[in-house]
Design a protein around this ligand. Structure first.
Ligand SMILES: Cc1cc2nc3c(=O)[nH]c(=O)nc-3n(C[C@H](O)[C@H](O)[C@H](O)COP(=O)(O)O)c2cc1C
Length: 170
């Protein structure tokens, strides 16, 4: 599929079929994250893939009780292993590197007929306890993954190009 078509077809999936994701398909999605660019090629990430139903239930509670988090057959905790590195521009690399990797996964998921939803509404301390994630690691986002049980929205609510782009000067 052409990249822009995949981008257009991606939407936040908040309802999932009760259907497992085959290991080789899951691996393809994670491969898309593995190939993502990162500052200084630090690859400062680790992805904890959760499929156990009881553990997904715990993650749902830690994610502000968003019910679909437990319904998704896969939840991926996207973690930064070097969370304190700051670039010369003043930005931390970790959220940027992880966001690129996560977006790669969301797009590869579309290619595989899967859906995803970024989850930023979660209590990091609780997720760390559930998944045994060390103190020095930061969980940037959770990502739900599975076969959609809903239908895509008719259109995306986005600002027009003219409002978000300037040429040559601000
Ligand atoms: C960083 C980030 C955090 C998000 N956290 C949540 C969340 O906790 N729960 C949720 O239902 N959606 C969450 N979303 C999904 C956004 O609401 C969604 O991407 C946005 O409304 C645009 O809709 P679309 O993804 O369908 O195009 C998050 C998205 C991003 C990028």
């Amino acid at each position: 599929m052409a990249v822009l078509k995949v981008i257009k077809n991606r939407y936040s999936v908040r309802a999932y079929q009760d259907r497992a994701v085959a290991p080789e398909v899951l691996q393809t999605v994670i491969e898309a994250a593995r190939l993502a660019p990162s500052a200084r090629n630090m690859q400062d990430w680790r992805f904890v893939v959760v499929q156990d139903a009881a553990r997904r239930q715990q993650l749902m509670a830690a994610a502000n009780n968003q019910a679909f988090v437990a319904k998704a057959p896969v939840v991926i905790a996207c973690c930064a292993t070097q969370p304190d590195y700051v670039m010369r521009c003043g930005q931390r690399t970790a959220p940027i590197d992880l966001a690129i990797a996560i977006d790669h996964m969301t797009l590869q998921a579309v290619e595989e007929g899967l859906g995803t939803c970024w989850i930023g509404s979660f209590y990091e301390d609780q997720v760390k306890t559930i998944l045994g994630i060390p103190d020095e690691v930061v969980i940037i986002e959770l990502l739900t993954l599975g076969y959609p049980a809903d239908t895509p929205p008719a259109s995306k609510h986005r600002q027009p190009l003219a409002e978000i782009v300037a040429y040559e000067k601000w």
